[in-house]
Design a protein around this ligand. Sequence first.
Ligand code: PGA
Length: 259
Amino acid sequence: MSKQRAKLVVGNWKMHGRLAENATLLQAVAHGAGELPADVRVGVCVPSPYLAQSQSLLEGSRVVWGVQDVSAFTHGAYTGEVAAPMVVDFGATLAIVGHSERRAYHRESAELVAVKTQRALEAGLTPIVCVGETLEEREAGLTEQVVGTQLDEVLAKLSVQEAARLVVAYEPVWAIGTGKSASSEQAQAVHAFLRARLAAKGAAVADVPLLYGGSVKPENAEELFRQPDIDGGLIGGASLKDQDFLAICKAAAATSVAG
Ligand code: PGA
């Protein structure tokens, strides 16, 4: 059954940004977000060195901020790692976990992604758990099996109460940074599948925000966000341009209850 949920649009800056250009972008996003209806939430996940800058420029605005990964450990001799409680020190509330770039380039296993999700939750962060299939997997008819297993690995480690605090992002690997988004029908079909999987964990989990990511642009955002099980987007490239990111947020507003 389709149901109206609040919309959430989160920028994933990846390894982009410098202090001066970030200031312009963050200020523009904070300003633009202030004009959105109350049921559209906006966030940015920045490189960790820019957490302090995000805090100082976004505090008091409608925009929340966070990171793109957290360590599976809380502290200790793990050179180069950033722990979830450190992120919380800078007022952050979001942490992307299990992005396909981390699964592929940093060999993050489904088990590791699940542990990172637990660390984020323990610290009080909202984990944005990413799942998605490669082109080969889609063409082999394995999409549901792949994303279902990725989600199940995380859900298996969580209580119903913990799982209800997740955000899940469906990001087909073949659509990320390629300019080739999934069609709204393709995305909705996978979202409906994920929604059923979440609901099977418990009634409280059925309504966790389900974001679509992969070449979301101002031109295709509204059509995607109109789908009954797409609650917003995780935005890479387009989140680096204030006008594009805000246009995507406005597309979310156009499909929100209050919009
Ligand atoms: P993209 O990236 O919007 O640039 O395709 C999305 C993501 O990887 O989160």
